[in-house]
Design a protein around this ligand. Structure first.
Ligand SMILES: [Fe+2]
Length: 449
């Protein structure tokens, strides 16, 4: 059932069974799951082939430049997948502003991996918000989450009107069966699900744990490369959007909607994943982090970590991101006469890190796969004593930083801990002590190092 990977029109035969992908960043794709389901030369014919309904999904204002929108040709228009709504409670999925009175967000924090619970958890019930920043109602800021998923959604669907979701798996494989096609991801890959897109999440290989950055603001974009030029970092050809796939299934189903931080359910009589063909540039996509080509220090010192930006979500202030998604992956360290780990620093941006696998160079102990750390606005941080001493006395030959992949969600806004992050999640109470044993070396002796 795999579709041919050709440029132009991609015909994805059959229904929602297997994924197929089209390469490229923000392309104006076109794809159809049945022959001639996609109108040629126009968007809105008087009658669509197969009796399909034409419908536009707009991800930007109509007048944005460039506009991001997708035309879909579907078995039923989306109004048939939206009945009366009732409020539902997902107590662990929080939205900004969420400032908890008796939880202190000022500090350096680190967590062990959040454990799975005994109860089965879906994409919705297994979402655990760790931090929030900004304001979901004014579409600025973000939330960071851990997901714990052990059970597929059955006859259940979801969309977030609030946000674009960047999904970073750490363990297990997930399938996102979306209106526009199927995306499967495993650890070392990411998926981006745009605002408003309906989908169902299935467990392909569980249990599944990972990280989510919920972006309330403008969509993630590729960073400006400046003097780096056209190559390296995340290359556009490595992003993949799904080919069209649909299901024609009439069964009582539930659609949950996240809207202004609240959750609502609507009962419908069929699967809403009924898009037979689509074209446009507003679509979900995946990216393999192993294809990220890092650029870095090749003589002395090292650049700011922004050199490792994979995606950036603009804030409206040039050069200041709502969110940067930054990747610290395997790479060679070759700089001469240089303290090679990240230097000590304070940052106006708030840095939330997660470990996908391996060991992070600034923290040999304690920051483990599935774990997170938070260095909030203007809070000092840097290597612990072990990392400092090792790096200060290392023989500086070429050295491969191997078996490591961590990332950072960095936002211009302070991140507030949720009650879960402050009270339930496995917070390492002694994290702040990792700098305790750093000693004063200065005694006024000239030339001493
Ligand atoms: Fe930092």
């Amino acid at each position: 059932m795999n579709a041919p990977h050709t440029s132009g029109l991609v015909q994805a035969k059959g229904t929602l069974t297997e994924p197929g992908y089209m390469p490229g960043w923000a392309n104006d794709f076109e794809t159809e799951a049945l022959p001639d389901a996609l109108p040629r030369g126009m968007n809105s014919p008087q009658k669509c082939n197969y009796g399909l309904y034409g419908e536009q999904l707009s991800g930007t204002a109509f007048t944005a430049n460039p506009p991001e929108r997708t035309w879909s040709y579907r078995i039923r228009p989306s109004v048939k997948h939206s009945a009366r709504y009732t409020r539902v409670d997902l107590p662990y999925w929080k939205s900004a502003p969420n400032v908890v009175e008796d939880v202190t967000s000022l500090g350096q924090y680190r967590w062990d991996p959040v454990p799975y619970s005994d109860a089965p958890l879906t994409w919705l019930t297994g979402m655990r918000t760790m931090t929030t920043a900004g304001d979901v109602n004014t579409q600025v800021g973000m939330a960071s989450h851990i997901y714990l998923v052990t059970e597929s959604m059955k006859d259940a669907y979801f969309f977030s009107a609030d946000s674009e979701l960047l999904v970073v798996p750490q363990e297990g494989c997930l399938r996102f069966a979306t209106e526009l096609g199927i995306i499967d991801i495993e650890p070392k890959e990411i998926a981006i699900i745009p605002r408003g897109l309906v989908y169902r999440v299935e467990v392909l290989d569980g249990p599944c744990r990972g990280f989510v950055c919920e972006n309330y603001g403008q969509k993630f974009d590729l960073p400006g490369r400046g003097p780096i030029g056209a190559n390296c970092m995340a290359n556009p050809r490595d992003f993949k959007a799904p080919v069209a796939a649909f299901e024609d299934r009439e069964v009582p189903s539930t659609l949950t909607v996240k809207w202004c931080g609240q959750f609502h359910e609507t009962k419908i009589g069929q699967s809403p994943l009924d898009v037979v063909a689509w074209h446009g540039n507003y679509a979900p996509y995946k990216y393999d982090l192993r294809t990220y080509c890092p650029v870095g220090a090749i003589l002395f010192d090292h650049p700011d970590p922004s050199i490792f930006t994979v995606l950036t979500a603009p804030s409206g202030v040039p050069g200041t991101a709502n969110i940067d998604f930054v990747l610290f992956r395997e790479r060679w360290m070759v700089a001469e006469n240089t303290f090679r780990p990240p230097w000590y620093h304070k940052n106006i941006m708030s840095e939330l890190m997660g470990n996908i696998y391996g060991q992070y160079d600034a923290k040999p102990q304690g920051f483990v796969p599935g774990g997170m750390s938070l260095h909030n606005m203007m809070l000092p941080h840097g290597p612990d004593r072990e990392a400092f001493e090792k790096a200060s006395n290392a023989n500086l030959g070429p050295d491969k930083l191997d078996r490591t992949m961590s990332f950072m969600f960095e936002t211009r806004f302070p991140q507030h801990l949720t009650e879960f992050a402050g009270k339930e999640a496995p917070l390492q109470d002694d994290y702040i002590d990792c700098w305790d044993s750093l000693e004063k070396k200065f005694d006024g002796t000239p030339g001493k190092k």
